[in-house]
Design a protein. Structure first.
Length: 75
């Protein structure tokens, strides 16, 4: 949950970051989306999927065996 908190805090506190993430997702730029998510401090394994309407980020625990958290954001 701490990993997702880093990302949500970055989105909430930086309109520029949030806009850049949205634009990269809407342009289907997977590499840029993943770079932005990582730049927010996410250090665990994650998968991101997006549509023109939103983004879904699935964050896994470091060991990859017990937990995952799914964050869905709509623009």
């Amino acid at each position: 949950m701490k990993q997702v908190e880093l990302l949500t805090t970055k989105i909430a506190n930086s309109a520029d970051f949030a806009n850049e993430l949205m634009q990269a997702a809407q342009a289907s730029d997977q590499k840029k989306v993943d770079e932005l998510i990582t730049s927010a401090g996410i250090s665990t394994t994650f998968q991101s999927k997006y549509t023109p309407d939103g983004i879904r980020i699935q964050v896994h625990d470091k060991a990859g065996i017990c937990c995952e958290l799914i964050l869905t954001l709509h623009w």
